[in-house]
Design a protein. Structure first.
Length: 339
């Protein structure tokens, strides 16, 4: 059975490519053909097409109405577009795309259990035709852990990696770090972002004394993360963050960086709350209160062998690429999701 994953060149990045490759490899392991394409051209009636957004799914139905289709829901787009633009009209259009796709799609990929619950509550989506797989792009780098203890010994580096959008809570992150910097000696903020100039301006406005702001590629990020002890993943308690599984959590842990994460990301709480080396902070606390909690956590002795073993348990169960490839393959072979 021929499958095609339709993703435009502009929609591909390091994180989405990894996720798409897992889906492709699972399909191929099931004995079916699967290619990644970037346009409608070449799609045939016999193909099963997987899209990576509800908007693309809708337009594919217009231009290729007779093909069978699946979709990967990366996030809840109406809520995201409303936050980014404030446009209720645009949010309603995105909601229609979601409703339509959930109604028509043969099979869906969701990034979290909370996402499935969100769609059930919002659109009365009661089907069981979906698979849960979090967003991630790295395997555990076990080789880095013997080096970490020496790398973080002389300075406590707090890392933030990612974009600087409002919903990513960069302002709150900088406020928390500034409060930490006022309490701990010899700290540094390492801000890795493609928006370097904006990042420098924001750091200066926050009054942060010691920082490095730069951009690195996914291939280079492991080296940069070596000396980082902690990584920020601060989020607000809203549906966008409740359903998300931010890739940076995986990136931090893969490189032995201890995540500092708001407890509003439901899937992480469900799968990682028992870890002794992930610091979940409560979203309703002030920056000063959160900083005090982090400083208190930092007083504990750190054993990177224990951290490696702790993170390995998460990767073996939650961030296990081979497991997802096998499971997708099994779904296609055993449950005949393409029929």
């Amino acid at each position: 059975m021929p499958y095609k994953i339709l993703v435009s060149k502009g929609a591909r990045n390091d994180a989405t490519s990894y996720y798409i490759d897992i889906i492709r490899d699972g399909i191929r392991e099931s004995g079916n053909e699967c290619d990644i394409i970037d346009s409608y051209r070449g799609i045939k009636k016999k193909d099963i097409v997987i899209t990576v957004s509800a908007r693309v799914f809708f337009y594919l139905c217009l231009v290729k109405p007779f093909t069978r289709k699946m979709n990967w829901f990366q996030g809840i787009m109406p809520e995201e577009i409303l936050l980014l633009t404030g446009s209720k009209r645009k949010a309603r259009i995105r909601a229609f795309y979601e409703w339509f796709t959930l109604r028509i799609s043969l099979f869906n990929f969701f990034v979290s259990r909370k996402m499935a619950e969100h769609y059930k509550e919002k659109y009365n989506y009661t089907k069981g035709n979906y698979f849960l797989m979090p967003c991630f792009n790295k395997e555990l780098n076990t080789a880095v852990f013997p080096e970490k203890e020496a790398a973080v010994k002389d300075q406590t580096v707090f890392l933030y990696a990612g974009g600087l959008s409002k919903w990513q809570c960069i302002d709150e992150t900088l406020e928390i770090y500034k409060a930490i910097e006022d309490r701990l000696k010899n700290t540094q903020l390492l801000l890795l972002t493609p928006e370097v100039e904006k990042g420098k301006q924001m750091v200066a406005q926050a009054g942060i004394r010691n920082s490095i702001v730069k951009y690195v590629t996914l291939k280079e990020i492991d080296k940069e993360m070596l000396r980082a002890k902690y990584g920020f993943l601060i989020r607000k308690d809203d549906p966008i963050n409740n359903v998300a599984t931010p890739t940076k959590m995986n990136t931090y842990m893969a490189n032995g960086v201890i995540p500092i994460i708001s407890d509003v990301v439901y899937d992480f709480k469900e799968n990682m709350l028992q870890s002794d080396h992930i610091l979940f902070v409560r979203g309703e606390k002030s920056a000063a209160e959160t900083a005090e909690e982090i400083v208190s956590f930092d007083c504990k002795s750190i054993n990177y062998t224990e951290i490696r073993d702790d993170f390995a348990r998460v990767f073996n169960k939650y961030y296990n690429r081979d497991h997802y490839v096998r499971t997708i393959s099994g779904l296609i072979k055993e449950k005949n999701v393409h029929r």
